[in-house]
Design a protein around this ligand. Sequence first.
Ligand code: NAD
Length: 394
Amino acid sequence: MSKHIVILGAGYGGLLAAQNVRKYYTKEQAKVTLINKYPTHQIITELHRLAAGNVAEQAVAMPLEKLLKGKDVDLKIATVDSFSVDNKEVALTDGSTLTYDALVVALGSVTAYFGIPGLEENSMVLKSAADANKIYNHVEERIREYAKTKKEEDATILIGGGGLTGVELVGELADILPKLTKKYGVDFKEIKLLLVEAGPKILPVLPENLIQRATESLEARGVKFLTGLPVTNVAGNVVDLKDGQKIVTNTFVWTGGVQGNPLVGVSGLEVNRGRATVNDNLQSTSHPEVFVAGDSAVYFPADGDGRPAPPTAQIAWQMGELIGYNLFAFLEGKSLDTFKPVNSGTLASLGRKDGVAIIGANSTPLKGLPATLMKEASNVRYLTHIKGLFSLAY
Ligand code: NAD
């Protein structure tokens, strides 16, 4: 009898699982339903470029229909309202429900606000192409406004959180602002481009010399860093920092962290701080017919130091691929493959022409053009892969 596989989310993990499962299962053997709230697969590692108008939307948001062409995947553009792993049921916000033989949970993460008063209501985020467009339009509007009113809050742009998301965004903004301000007859020197970070330094995942390099590169382009200063409260356009200073800004983007999708926490799956715990086959530790990929999962590598794998695109992508096979193996009673993540490094762009990275198992440091090219190559490699051209390239 034909099996039904339901995949929740078409980000890195979900899309790759959907594409890969078809290598093993024909449409007669298994029906695959993929549910996503947008009709596009979004390259979220490149959203900072869209937020600064440095790339076309089509480059970061690709029609899922095209990516799934010929794969016999039943694509449903819908929002998951809830799912119950004990009832084996998924409820969509349009009122419909689905049942499954095997489920893939790849619902990504949501922004973490850490209970900071006023933060969610008074900030923008960078989690989707729509968010990126909103930031770009907003920044341009504030500069246009500043040209007329000269209100300092319109000339102040604040990024909250100095992880990879915040730093890549500020780098891209530093690149475009001189041109954007010129367009409206504003002197770029009048703009305050600030990044506030709670910890003692930005990009704590990178070694000290690369942090130094990133800081200098961005400061030279007009970014001011406020480190060791957590945001403690936001009221309207006033952002309070721990030392008592207040930043008045009409542009505040919060990039202070992510947390598991709340739907996972109430689904009945065993969770650890809101993410589903998985075994080495990427099955839920409580429900073996449920596989979990990407930011929805918390996976502890066997050879790790007891810390979970970071919620990165490359891990999500690899998880999705493995799950594609394991769905087939599980439903057909064959032996499942073990997840062996390959960490190719961490690449941070600092605008269009600069970057810092650690590459490979030895964490070889790279900076400047080689890091920029490496980041571009890694994006091209991914796009080639999902567009199904990988085999033609070899
Ligand atoms: P993050 O959690 O890595 O960084 C958030 C930063 O915000 C931290 O440095 C934290 O100290 C700071 N912060 C938290 N609370 C704060 C407060 N109250 N005030 C000021 N600062 C505060 O989040 P992210 O940058 O969105 O990254 C999330 C995940 O995605 C990470 O695993 C990251 O590696 C990955 N990512 C990777 C890339 C890339 O590979 N180029 C790009 C973006 C994100």
